[in-house]
Design a protein around this ligand. Structure first.
Ligand code: PEP
Length: 261
């Protein structure tokens, strides 16, 4: 495997939080914090993921900053078409989105998204020119049964099978143990590294160069106080951050920690 220097990425998943006013303040606060530490974005990419309806107003503020934006989901159908309530990846691309989350565990668990559906969303996102951030991760019960690797291999495998390994050159993978999301319980750096190395190894078995370049983010109660330790792991290339991304100062501190990698 050729190991390429991977620029870290810190991504903030705002979930169903925020109003037009609070989002404008938040993105402004993040931009100001990054600007105060100007070299930060030379060493770490930053992206935020507001709700669909807030994308346009957030983009209006973020456009003049180094912050990229993306959506939290997209339709599996390329669209346009008769899919009431769905949002096409092409519409997201039109709003200037660079990224889109696919397969977040909340969508898998609360809305019954299957590995197959997530893989279709991944393909639809790339067809529209977006970079999918594929979320994978095990539940606590699965970890307790020692099934972590098997679950992650299955989730990743569905995408590899449908999209092919070359597609991962234009994607990001986020390992998010379900038991660590929004719980305040974080995987230890060693636990995160173990799964990240496993994911990179699965990709390396198919294409060493892509494995060496694909960014693997850790998500699950990342905060300023644990971000550096997690991001120091050799296969952790940044974070997907939920709760802590709603506070500009905390989020910028996470970016700073990842940039120190
Ligand atoms: C997430 O929702 O992707 C997440 C990691 O949330 P939190 O950081 O709040 O655990």
């Amino acid at each position: 495997m050729i190991v390429i220097v991977r620029k870290p990425l810190v991504a903030g998943n705002w979930k169903m939080h925020g109003s037009r006013a609070s989002n404008a303040a938040l993105v402004g606060g993040i931009a100001a914090g990054l600007a105060r530490n100007a070299p930060l974005t030379a060493r770490c990419d930053v992206a935020i993921f507001p709700t669909f309806v807030h994308l346009e107003s957030v983009a209006a503020v973020a456009a003049a900053t180094p912050i990229a934006w993306g959506a939290q989901d997209c339709c599996a159908e390329p669209g346009p078409g008769a899919y009431t309530g769905e949002v096409a990846a092409s519409s997201l691309q039109e709003l200037g989105c660079r990224y889109v989350l696919v397969g977040h565990s909340e969508r898998r668990a609360l809305y019954g998204e299957s590995d197959e559906l997530v893989a279709r969303k991944f393909v639809a996102a790339q067809a529209a020119g977006l970079v999918p951030v594929l979320c994978v991760g095990e539940t606590l019960a699965e970890r307790d049964r020692d099934e972590t690797h098997a679950v992650v291999a299955r989730q990743l495998g569905a995408v590899l099978e449908r999209a092919g390994v070359a597609a991962l050159a234009r994607a990001v993978v986020a390992y998010e143990p379900v038991w660590a999301i929004g719980t305040g319980r974080t995987a230890t750096p060693a636990q995160a590294q173990d799964v990240h190395a496993f994911i990179r190894g699965r990709i390396a078995a198919l294409d060493g160069n892509i494995a060496g370049s694909v960014r693997l983010l850790y998500g699950g109660s990342v905060k300023a106080s644990n971000a550096h330790e997690l991001c120091s792991m050799p296969d952790v290339d940044g974070g997907l951050v939920g709760g802590a991304s709603l506070n500009a100062e905390e989020f910028v501190a996470i970016v700073a920690a990842a940039a120190r990698k």
